[in-house]
Design a protein around this ligand. Structure first.
Ligand SMILES: Nc1nc2c(c(=O)[nH]1)N[C@H]1C(S)=C(S)[C@@H](COP(=O)(O)OP(=O)(O)OC[C@H]3O[C@@H](n4cnc5c(=O)[nH]c(N)nc54)[C@H](O)[C@@H]3O)O[C@H]1N2
Ligand SMILES: Nc1nc2c(c(=O)[nH]1)N[C@H]1C(S)=C(S)[C@@H](COP(=O)(O)OP(=O)(O)OC[C@H]3O[C@@H](n4cnc5c(=O)[nH]c(N)nc54)[C@H](O)[C@@H]3O)O[C@H]1N2
Ligand code: SF4
Ligand SMILES: [Mo]
Length: 743
């Protein structure tokens, strides 16, 4: 915070809206507690002044009159304002009633994307999940990155250590199913992607984008290849086949630590560039050239995201990306893919090896889906809510999630949420999902909370840390207190249980750990933490115990909350560094390139390969810089102008159906149908149509006036909850068979 003049003050913050974590300068009018302006923080060494229109509208979001500030409790069928004490009493009573009759397994927990951008959930989510005592746990991860967790977990033993493309130093970036010009990057925290992209040609680096749409990123690439949705796995297998056939495999430094190369050679042996050409829509010569370019680059990275993960073979695709990075010696090499070293984590530089990673420790009740990371597939949530019997979901806790817009076959989920016995939502709006709730606990605005990007610094291309104090005070309890009270109420400790019970327990455990690990003095630690809030204490303990931490004086000059507070623009400790083989946590202490779970899953890939290309149109999604999943359509300046919720159609497909730009069409899938406006564009691959997700507002009972006036249609009415990537439980959101006809 810097004093500007008597009437305004500038706070330096990290934008909580996407994974890019841009530094913001938030100018506040002191007298009226209003945000005047949000700019990029030019002195932030990581984001270098970059921001996008969403970050610039953080003030509008904070001041949005529809954003909830008071708890709502359902009385006589109507959601009405209540005090916090009344709301927690309703929570304790409601859950108590359902647990008594149906047991704790009848509680479904649904965790949404914004939880990953907040500090409190990083500490309180675990205890809350344990208090729930249910295995019915669902999150946005199974409509997103679960395949990457499975591959990281099985191949190098750490499901949270993602391979991050080192875009500032790479010579060759092969990008599949990602559009960072709109999304600003995912599983790659690299603020100012446009600026970093601009720097690539200056050092002779090349970008190749593989995408069924010529996206905003493809537009700026050296080369763009159209690919049939859902077929990346075959194409990547053909690249691997070429590397083997042309003797281009060169694992390099990590060679002694890689098991399973021969199995991979056999698996891909008949996936030749010719054999996959029709299936993928990419000719054999192009594929061979791509394989040679990849192998020939001084340092290259293969990177796949949403379009590579939320498909039928999402895990196999993520696996093939890892295979190519390893086979070309680009795994854990500067300019290749590397793992991050977040300041708040301990780094074990000892011997490779560990406990490994397991999936399927238990199975879901209805579909028999294996748990993955302790979760069941989002696509199976409706099954578990609608299928009667012991363990049927009768109550739900949704935390920053809008499954009725974000999960596959959303119409079915809408009905299922409407039929629950009890539902508590922790959210900022009454929207398509929370309108069904019996209690809504309003989350404080992001500007009312302290911030440190614990989650996304684990995917960052640099080791960076920044702590922001709240800009505004909240009228109600802070987020840590809400989580603590909620946890205690669910645990059965009653609505009035003192939240400091839980705070003290968590802080005590964190201190115990530090004392034990580093032989530190407990009294000294407690004295130094004095005066901090419970949340700040837990963060400080994490930072000071991290690999760059000051260990409460034992490592002078190290990182602490106090030190971060002295650097309001953040502290940058450099790019990613080599961490393997020490970071290997498989039981063997090696890369298990042919992990059995992945090899077994190859049978599905094989079956589709043998069956050949299916006929008909396929639907994919689309992100826009001014949207954020399903919840940022209530900010007027972000939805101004012409509707973005249109169906992109290739000119030939449009002609064949008598469609022109502006005409309306009916689009139909196995599970649902929608009517939507058409935009004819040669940016689409022939045979592929694209509709953005997260729209479809104005549902009766929701209270988002701006969004209602810019409603759009909900694309997940069309996505099919019966088709999943079984190896990870991930939903399939791209490559949906559809029929399109003039409305
Ligand atoms: N068809 C299709 N579907 C998709 C995708 C796709 O590409 N295509 N993408 C998928 C992906 S990657 C994801 S991550 C999921 C996201 O799925 P979800 O996480 O379920 O949904 P979001 O749309 O992010 O909704 C976030 C919810 O949190 C609330 N919220 C916003 N800010 C806060 C806050 O500060 N605190 C609290 N407590 N609540 C808040 C919002 O009001 C909203 O209800 O959607 C998935 N769905
Ligand atoms: N502005 C904005 N930013 C966001 C979000 C947002 O909603 N809006 N959401 C945030 C979230 S939760 C996430 S997870 C990230 C996602 O970040 P990204 O992964 O970059 O997501 P998208 O922009 O959806 O890009 C996916 C691309 O995959 C392409 N695609 C679809 N199917 C296939 C396929 O089968 N193969 C290939 N090769 N490509 C395919 C699509 O055409 C699209 O261009 O973005 C985050 N940032
Ligand atoms: S790119 Fe935009 S939304 Fe993402 S962190 Fe930066 S300002 Fe926020
Ligand atoms: Mo996501």
């Amino acid at each position: 915070m810097a004093p500007d003049n008597a009437s305004t003050r500038t706070h330096y913050r990290t934008c909580p809206l996407c994974e890019a974590t841009c530094g913001l300068a938030v100018e506040v009018e002191v007298e009226r507690d209003r945000v005047l302006r949000v700019r990029g923080d030019a002195e932030d060494p990581f984001s270098r002044g970059f921001l996008c229109p969403k970050g610039a509208n953080l003030g509008a979001l904070h001041h949005d009159p529809d954003r909830l500030r008071t708890p709502l409790v359902r009385r006589d069928g109507e959601l009405v304002e209540a005090t916090w004490d009344e709301a927690f009493a309703a929570v304790a009573e409601g859950f108590g009633r359902v647990f008594e009759t149906h047991g704790r397994e009848s509680l479904g927990l649904v965790l949404g994307n914004p939880t990953t951008h907040h500090l409190a959930p990083a500490f309180y989510m675990g205890p809350m999940i344990r208090a729930c005592g249910t295995r019915q746990i669902y999150s946005a991860s199974t409509v997103d990155q679960m395949p990457a967790h499975v591959v990281s977990g099985l191949v190098w033993g750490d499901s949270a250590a993602f391979p991050i493309p080192d875009i500032d130093r790479t010579d060759h970036l092969l990008m599949l199913g990602a559009n960072p010009m709109a999304s600003n990057g995912s599983l790659m925290t690299a603020p100012d992607f446009p600026g970093r992209l601009k720097d690539m040609p200056k050092r002779g680096a090349r970008l190749v984008v593989v995408d069924p749409r010529r996206s905003e990123t493809a537009d700026r690439a050296n080369e763009h290849l159209f690919i049939r949705p859902g077929t990346d796995v075959f194409w990547l297998a053909a690249i691997a086949q070429t590397l083997f056939a042309e003797e281009l495999v060169d694992i390099g430094r990590l060679e002694p630590f890689v098991d399973g190369v021969e199995t991979i050679r056999e698996l891909v042996s008949d996936f030749t560039p010719e054999a996959v050409a029709d299936l993928c829509g990419i000719d054999a010569e192009t594929t061979r050239r791509q394989a040679r370019d990849l192998a020939g680059a001084a340092a290259a990275a293969v990177y796949g995201r949403i379009g590579a993960h939320t498909v039928e073979f999402g895990t196999a695709t993520a696996w093939m990306c890892a295979v190519l990075n390893l086979l070309t010696g680009n795994f854990d090499r500067p300019g290749g893919v590397m793992t991050s070293s977040p300041l708040a984590a301990g780094i074990d530089d000892g011997e490779p090896g560990g406990r490994g990673y397991r999936v399927g420790r238990w199975k879901s009740r209805v579909g028999g889906h294996p748990e993955i990371n302790g979760e069941f597939p989002a696509a199976s949530l409706a099954d578990e809510m609608e299928t009667p019997g012991t363990g049927q979901i009768r109550a739900a806790l949704t935390v920053a999630s809008n499954p009725v817009r974000s999960f596959p076959n959303s119409e079915r989920l809408d009905r299922a949420f409407g039929a629950l016995d009890f539902h508590v939502a922790f959210d900022i709006y009454v929207n398509e999902t929370t309108r069904h709730a019996d209690v809504i606990l309003p989350a404080p605005s992001a500007l009312e909370e302290p911030a440190y990007e614990l989650t996304f610094m684990t995917n960052a291309i640099r080791s960076f840390g920044k702590f922001d104090a709240p800009v505004f005070e909240t009228d109600g309890p802070d987020e840590a207190e809400i989580f603590a009270r909620l946890t205690l109420a669910i645990a059965g400790a009653g609505p009035d249980a003192d939240p400091s019970q839980l705070h003290d327990e968590l802080i005590g455990k964190a201190i115990d750990k530090l004392v034990l690990q580093h032989e530190l003095d407990r009294e000294k630690i407690e004295a130094e933490l004095d005066g901090l809030s419970p949340l700040e204490k837990q963060l400080d303990l994490k930072l000071r115990g991290g690999w760059q931490g000051d260990l409460f004086g034992a490592r002078p000059g190290g990182i602490s909350l106090r030190k971060l507070a002295e650097h309001p623009h953040g502290i940058d400790l450099g790019p990613m560094v080599e961490r393997f083989p020490a970071r290997l946590r498989t039981e063997s202490g090696k890369f298990d390139l042919a992990a059995p779970h992945l090899v077994e899953d190859w049978a599905r890939v094989r079956a589709r390969f043998d069956a050949g290309a299916p006929e008909g149109l396929l639907l994919i999604g689309r992100r826009h810089l001014r949207s954020n999943n399903s919840w940022m359509h209530n900010v007027p300046s972000l939805v101004a102008g012409k509707s973005r919720c249109t169906l992109f159609v290739h000119p030939d497909d449009a002609d064949a159906r008598g469609l022109v730009t502006g005409s309306r069409t009916e689009i139909r899938s196995r599970v649902g149908a929608l009517e939507v406006e058409v935009e004819v564009t040669d940016a689409m691959m022939k045979g592929v149509v694209s509709l953005p997700h997260g729209w479809g507002h104005g549902t009766p009972g929701s209270r988002m006036s701006v969004a209602a006036a810019n409603a759009g249609v909900p694309s997940n009415v069309l996505t099919d909850d019966r088709v999943i990537d079984t190896a990870s439980g991930n939903g399939v959101l791209n490559g949906i068979p559809v029929e399109v006809a003039r409305a």
